[in-house]
Design a protein around this ligand. Sequence first.
Ligand SMILES: Cc1cc2nc3c(=O)[nH]c(=O)nc-3n(C[C@H](O)[C@H](O)[C@H](O)COP(=O)(O)OP(=O)(O)OC[C@H]3O[C@@H](n4cnc5c(N)ncnc54)[C@H](O)[C@@H]3O)c2cc1C
Length: 363
Amino acid sequence: MNIAIVGIGLVGRVLALNLLKQGHTLTLFDKGSKDGTSAAGFTAAGMLAPFAELETAESIIFEHGKRSIQLWPDLLKEIGLFDGYKLDGTIITAHPQDMSELNHFIGTLKHKVAEAEEIEVLDKEALTNLESDLEQHNRAYYIKDEGYVDAQRFMMFSGNYLDMRSEVSWRENTLVDKIESGKVYINEEIEVFDWVFDARGLGAKEHFSDLRGVRGEVIWLEANDIDIIRPTRLLHPRYKIYVVPRGSGCEGMDIAYCNECKISQEPGSKRYIIGATEIESEDTSPLSVRSSMELLSAVFSVNSNFGEARIVNSETNCRPAFRDNLPRIENEEKLTRINGLYRHGYLLAPAIVEKALNEGIYA
Ligand SMILES: Cc1cc2nc3c(=O)[nH]c(=O)nc-3n(C[C@H](O)[C@H](O)[C@H](O)COP(=O)(O)OP(=O)(O)OC[C@H]3O[C@@H](n4cnc5c(N)ncnc54)[C@H](O)[C@@H]3O)c2cc1C
């Protein structure tokens, strides 16, 4: 089929990779550029945390999350991103005075799914054995089947891969005004396709009246004296943060700049994403002073060596969400819409796309 995908952010890219495998010809529309930097999928930390997200999410997110974790390796292999996925587990910890937060958090997970009974408690020694740079903490939990996708490199590599495919035609910097069954409207012109996928995230508000944006801010740090391997969450009554490692650059990269993923870095240093705020607002203006103080003071309390880290970047974007914070697949004749992945885009996209392609009228 001759298929259009509108919105080549996270969902659009995962859709494109799947549809190419099925032998279709694709036209990709995005209001931003091919590098995907306007998408929430570019701002994301890429955490794959089906257990930890259960604190606030429904068990359906858990089930789809587990499926996505199975699907990510093949998607990443397809685009040549061999070191863009880590599943070494995550650490959840809290300060001694906040132990009740930690116990409540784990209690909630166990209440929601039986598999959470297997989450391991770590005392100080066990924690230090696993993550020596978390030695300041006396107690933590270790969730072994969790990890992350290197979101920024996924966006970059998938963009390059799609660009090279002869079956793909890119229409970047093209704002789509409206989508209808088999039709894409641009500046009052109509383009007709055998099928259209609407993956515009927050840009699909012209269709979904109950879609909202949830502002999220992250800070990128570069540190020489800290080596945290696993995504780590610090629970706190007011500021819950995560620290997601981004390593020291691409595999085999011994130079300060990687031509493939366009990331420059001090050789020998490690990068971390500190995030993320969650604010009921569609404002995508830069990081606020309040948010930066909250994120940075919390990360300093994870390990005081973060005090000497360098702030190399900050990003803001909005998560597309419905009122129930659950993803939605909508099917019409010659049209499928996928939206509402909220704070779970990386956790859900491969499984939701699989579901849409298997169950939709499209199938
Ligand atoms: C700070 C932050 C941290 C996050 N961390 C995580 C995490 O750790 N783990 C996780 O699983 N998820 C995380 N997420 C959530 C994840 O990023 C989103 O759920 C996901 O990106 C949503 O995917 P999407 O494709 O629907 O939207 P997007 O990725 O935003 O893509 C939408 C695309 O549509 C394009 N578009 C919009 N309107 C139009 C139009 N009219 N015409 C043409 N193109 C259009 C946009 O330019 C964009 O490229 C995070 C999000 C944020 C903001």
